[in-house]
Design a protein around this ligand. Structure first.
Ligand SMILES: NC(=O)c1ccc[n+]([C@@H]2O[C@H](COP(=O)([O-])OP(=O)(O)OC[C@H]3O[C@@H](n4cnc5c(N)ncnc54)[C@H](OP(=O)(O)O)[C@@H]3O)[C@@H](O)[C@H]2O)c1
Length: 257
């Protein structure tokens, strides 16, 4: 069943749909994030690496912070204890917020022990600067290590996920551990939208190819965070919740041609 919101392992709610902001910068980023929130987006995904914290922060001004779920990520070369604390504090300043709803390790870095990074993450939770913690681009092996070191629960694994990049084993492992998966690049960065299976299903359901991809992710039980720099596509991408893809078509999308 498609959820509008997930309850994370730590009890906090997380909206199943949000806006990705990779490659959005400056005033264009501010305009799009602001417009998205006006349209009803409740979840914004950013990262230190995207260089757009200030632009996102400007967009958040004027809205009730408690109604927005805000995710950011620490860079993989900055996973030492002191670096994490320093970078999180800087990110909060740049975003103009007192707390992040979710803070993720952007990529694993095996040169830095995960225990050290998670010690900093746990302190940020205890200090009220971060509500929930998680990881991104973690494989099952990385997750095994991280789960052994966790104190506050790891709630989320953000990974590339779309019909042409479907790792069922990883998804099922996360689901067994009650780690919610967030699908990034759910549109394959726009490159999979002309593919035959997706196009055929789009005409069958009278939906767009993008909506077919996003709805497939939601029905797999993931969160989706498509990025767009177009106001029209903001609306298109959020129109996902009052229709569904039938089971046999879901199967066709699992291994599309
Ligand atoms: N954790 C990580 O390592 C990681 C890595 C990559 C991404 N992410 C996150 O995930 C978010 C989404 O992934 P992504 O940006 O890589 O790719 P994506 O959302 O799969 O695709 C974005 C591309 O698709 C186009 N697009 C959006 N909506 C469309 C529609 N309805 N019809 C046709 N084209 C459409 C966009 O163009 P226009 O802008 O012109 O609409 C853009 O070129 C990122 O923005 C970021 O927040 C995380």
């Amino acid at each position: 069943m498609v959820q509008v919101e997930y309850e994370l392992r730590d009890g906090h709610p997380m909206p199943a749909f949000g806006l990705g902001t990779w490659a959005l910068r400056g005033s264009r980023c501010t305009t799009i994030v602001k417009r998205a929130i006006e349209l009803g987006y409740k979840h914004i995904d950013t990262a230190d690496m995207y260089g757009n914290h200030e632009a996102v922060g400007k967009a958040l001004k004027g809205f009730d912070r408690s109604t927005i779920f805000l995710t950011s990520k620490v860079q993989p070369r900055r996973l030492r204890y002191q670096d994490v604390i320093q970078d999180c504090n800087r990110s909060l300043r740049e975003l103009g917020t007192e707390y992040l709803d979710l803070y993720l390790i952007h990529w694993p870095n095996e040169r830095i022990p995960i225990q050290e990074t998670l010690r900093a993450f746990n302190e940020l939770v205890d200090a009220g600067k971060v509500r929930s913690i998680g990881v991104s681009n973690f494989t099952i092996r990385h997750l095994h290590d991280a789960l052994q070191a966790e104190d506050h629960p790891l709630t989320n694994n953000q990974v590339r996920f779309h019909p042409y990049d479907y790792d069922q084993d990883l998804l099922e492992f996360c689901q067994r551990q009650h780690i919610v998966v967030t699908a990034y690049s759910p549109l394959g960065r726009g490159r999979i939208l002309h593919n035959a299976t997706i196009r055929d299903l789009a005409s069958k359901y009278r939906r767009t190819a993008a909506q077919i991809c996003l709805r497939w992710c939601l029905q797999k039980g993931t969160i989706v965070i498509p990025k767009t720099s177009s106001e029209a596509r903001l609306k298109e991408n959020m129109d996902l919740f009052d229709w569904k893809i039938a089971a046999d078509d879901m199967t066709a999308l699992d291994a599309p041609t």
